[in-house]
Ligand binder design. Sequence first.
Ligand code: SF4
Ligand code: FES
Length: 249
Amino acid sequence: MKLNLKIWRQEDAKTKGEFKNYQLDEVHGDMSFLEMLDVLNNELIENGKEEPIEFDHDCREGICGMCSLQINGEAHGPDRGITTCQLHMRKFKDGDTIVIEPFRANAFPVVKDLAVDRSAFDRIQQAGGFISVNTSGNTQDANSIPIEKENADLAFNAATCIGCGACVAACKNASAMLFTSAKVSQYALLPQGEIEATDRVLNMVAQMDKEGFGNCTNTGACEVECPKGISLENIARLNREYLAASLKG
Ligand code: SF4
Ligand code: FES
């Protein structure tokens, strides 16, 4: 199929960006979205007139959270429950125009073209996304600590967040509440997370605010666009944890 592509080009965070038009004449339905961009980049390199388009990717199988495109206004494109690297071109029709932008948020400055800096997420993690473990030789085997099945499942589901940032890109306030709530929940539901529970939630929320993410106003767009189905229930849990920690503190 033939496709028209409107792609955001931007030299760096300080330079003004703009959309540029490209055309591809032989796109196959079995190509992934990123393979389609590879084909375009090969053409740009062969022509030698423009630099190839910068975009993030690593595993290309929905695990690492690196791919991050806003496709026709939707984070990770028109399908639900998948990342951009898992999106296939059969989702589009011959003659379609596809608008491709970076994830937009003040806390995610553009590095170049479609690649954004999501290190704000790393700093939120560093503020509390860890547990203390006694490594002095008498470490308790995690399997010997009984945990209710329901909590184990909820903690596992929260831990499937891959830190892609689609929740932020989907939110009109560019809020990072879904991401932060998943990272708080995965420990809040387990006995191993109890030691730092109070500091964790206070510090992670403080870092989230410091990074410039917006507030949550319960629109739920984050949950809809999240490729891992992270539930809004985690935000409710974060709010409960935060209230309890504030009263203690
Ligand atoms: S909550 Fe979902 S959308 Fe947000 S970073 Fe985690 S996996 Fe990505
Ligand atoms: S490239 Fe790893 S999740 Fe898409």
